[in-house]
Each structure stands twice: as C-alpha cells, then as structure tokens.
Design a protein around this ligand. Structure first.
Ligand SMILES: NC(=O)c1ccc[n+]([C@@H]2O[C@H](COP(=O)([O-])OP(=O)(O)OC[C@H]3O[C@@H](n4cnc5c(N)ncnc54)[C@H](O)[C@@H]3O)[C@@H](O)[C@H]2O)c1
Length: 366
C-alpha cells in the first residue's frame, strides 16, 4: 500500500546528528515530523521544542502513533539492529543511520524482517543523493572521463573525540574510521563503479586510549577496541579497481580525497560526506572543467526520497540492500586485514538510478 498525502515521520535518537536531520526534514513540505524519542527524555524534549515538533517521549510512545509511517533511527551503532527490528515489528518503515549493522547476521535480519512484513528499510548515507555526488555520477554516466578504470578514496582525521561530546561508540565495535566513514566513500564508489567483488587490506591502531576533547565529559579516557587506520584494495564487478584509506590516526588537516580515473580522463569528486561541492573533470589532452554545485539540502534527503518512493510505489534509491553490500565490503576489509588474505565479497548490488535533475526537496508533491 502506498497511501496518500504527506508522510508522517518519527525520530529515535535526539543526539548530535538529530540536529542536522531536524534542520532539513522540518523544511520539507512532503514530510510531517511528528515525534522525537530518546532514552534520555530531556534530550528528546529539547530537540522537539527547538524544532517545533509536537510529540516527544519514549520509543514505545512514538511507535504507538498511527500517523507515523517512517521512523528515522539515529541511535548509536550497537542499537541499530534491535531498534530497527522494533520499528519494523510496529509496522513502520525504517530509515537507518550507518553503519547498517555490526555484523552480516544483524544486517540480514533487518532485510529479511522488512521483506517478511512488506515494509521498507532504507539507509544512510544519503549524501550520495546530494547534488554534489550526483553531478559527478551524471558526468561519469555521460562519458566525460570515458570508461572508469580505477579510483582512490582517502579519509584521514585525528578522530571524532576532538569534537563529539559522547564519542565512546567510535572506538567500540561498529565504530572506527572504516565503519564510521567508509559508508560515504564506498557507497559513492559503488554507485560510480558497481558492486565490489574482492578486497585486500591492512589495519593498525596508533593508540590504545583516546581522550574526550570537549563537552561535559572532557578529559575522560576511552579504551580503543577497534583498528583506527585501514588501507584497502578493492576489485569491482566491471573490472575497475580502487585503493582506499580510512584513518583516525592522522594529525594532518581534514582533506578527503575521492578520485576516479577513466580511459579518457580523470575526475576529482566532492567530499562524499557532503551534499554539495564542485566536481573537477580533467580530460586527456584537454583543459580541466569545473562542474559547480552550490549548497543544497542535507541530511534527511534520503528520508524524503524514501517517502516519495513509498507514495509512488517505486524502489527507494538509498536501499537497505545497498547499505548491506557496503557493510559486507567493510566487514570483508576487516577480515582481509586480520587474515592477511584476499576476501571474496559474497553480496552484490545493482547501481541505483540517478536522481532526476529536477528533484526539488522544497516542493510539495504529496
Ligand atoms: N555525529 C555525527 O556527525 C554523525 C554524522 C552522521 C551519522 N552519524 C550516525 O548517527 C548515529 C548517532 O550519532 P550521534 O552522533 O547523534 O550520537 P549521540 O550519541 O550524540 O546520540 C545518540 C542518541 O541515541 C540515543 N539512544 C541510544 N540508544 C537508544 C535506544 N535504544 N532507544 C532510544 N534512544 C537511544 C542516546 O540516548 C543518544 O541521545 C550513529 O550511528 C552515527 O554513526 C553521526
């Protein structure tokens, strides 16, 4: 059933990232943000009041609202699967934050339960739906660099404890630079080059402890339970290859790299953790060309795309199956590093269609 009218939305998890989701989702006329829930009721209340959302309270109260069709799960990684299953069991569609799950079993449970109940589970990152990366993908599709042959992705930072007030989860299973930042870069690469079939990797960790750098818990020491520097080699179904690096061990300034090389040119893509930014095209033997993209709506774009897909009875682009494949690739990279052998990636995925050029999140279409 596709239903009709604006789509009711609830949010579980009123932490740091809820600010960005609420900023945008409350401006989209096709969404009706109705409720914010959190284990910490004061946090749920503060965000609901700040953003003019009528309801706040517990997860159970949120799930009892029949007018909520999509629940946005912004909890910490360890809660993504149990909370996701709870949402599905309440008969509602899920928008999941990344990482999709801590392991393949958890991810499969989410996909299987959604299929059984004929509900949808879509997932971050939705940055890949932003005009920045979409412009780059459209240029690749149009043949601006010829046949894509190889790619390079680099994310390096000192670690999120420098700015996040509760960064514990970044150093626990489900965290680390691979599972935390990998989804942005790897989803963009899968959309550009196709499914990943085989990986190799190395992994290290520079420090056994991290210190919270801001907020009320500043100075608290965290134990590092995950690798904090991962370097990998990827092979794609179409024959392309990529080198990737994800690090929380770098004192160098944040300077993300995403390049795709083709047989007729090269391309520098914008930061895949953003929704805008220019693409630079370097044709063989020609002058570089800039494809400019100004700021455009951010997190919550994927929830809106899911809502419109539900009403139109068509598949959503940021699907759970895509997130599962990216998760499978990341877990395979971890296994390749631990075993010092190449790992075949078992899952596969078709590239999602490009967003239409006239996609307008600010339009009332439902
Ligand atoms: N912070 C960022 O910049 C950022 C960016 C993109 C994605 N994300 C992802 O979003 C998710 C949340 O990140 P965050 O930075 O907002 O974390 P956070 O710790 O600031 O907030 C998480 C919130 O979820 C609540 N919560 C945890 N378990 C719950 C449960 N079972 N039921 C109800 N509420 C529960 C916590 O009380 C907390 O308020 C993570 O998966 C993270 O990877 C974060």
């Amino acid at each position: 059933m596709s239903g009709s009218g604006r789509v009711g939305v609830g949010i579980i998890g009123a932490g740091v990232i809820s600010e960005q989701y609420l900023t945008w989702m409350t401006t989209f006329p096709d969404l009706d943000v109705r409720f914010v829930a959190d284990l910490a009721l004061d946090r749920a209340r503060a965000q609901a009041e700040k953003w003019g959302v009528a309801g706040f309270g517990t997860v159970e109260q949120l799930l009892a609202d029949d007018a909520i069709e999509i629940v946005v799960n912004l909890t910490v990684p360890a809660a993504h699967v149990p909370v996701g299953l709870q949402i599905l069991d309440a008969g509602k569609h899920v928008w999941a934050e990344k990482p999709f799950a801590l392991d393949r079993e958890g991810g499969r449970r989410l996909l299987d339960r959604a299929a059984e109940l004929e509900l949808r589970i879509a997932s971050a990152p939705d940055t890949v739906l932003g005009r920045g990366i979409q412009t780059a993908l459209r240029a690749i599709d149009a043949g601006r660099i010829g046949r894509p042959v190889s790619a390079r992705a680099v994310f390096r930072s000192p670690g999120h404890e420098t700015w996040h007030p509760n960064p514990d989860f970044y150093y626990q299973p489900g965290g680390g630079p691979l599972l935390d930042m990998g989804p942005y870069f790897l989803t963009a690469l899968v959309q550009a080059l196709g499914a990943v079939t085989r990986v190799q990797a190395t992994a290290t960790r520079a420090r056994a402890e991290r210190v919270i750098g801001s907020g009320p818990r500043q100075g608290t020491v965290l134990t590092v339970e995950v690798d904090t520097q991962i370097s990998g080699l990827l092979e794609f179904a179409g024959g392309a290859t990529a080198t990737v690096e994800f690090s929380f061990d770098s004192a160098l300034p944040y300077a993300p790299v995403l390049e795709v090389l083709g047989d007729a040119g090269a391309m520098l893509l914008p930061d895949p953790n953003g929704f805008d930014g220019d693409t630079e095209v370097f044709p063989w033997g020609g002058e570089p060309v800039t494809l400019p993209v100004a700021a455009n709506p951010g997190r919550g774009t994927g929830v809106l795309e899911l809502a419109r897909a539900i009403r139109a009875d068509r598949p959503e682009r940021a699907s759970g199956a895509l997130a599962f494949h990216v998760q499978d690739v990341m877990l395979s990279l971890g296994e390749a590093a631990a075993s010092r052998t190449a790992v075949e990636v078992q899952s596969t995925i078709e590239q999602a269609p490009l967003m239409s050029e006239d996609w307008d999140p600010t339009a009332a279409t439902l």
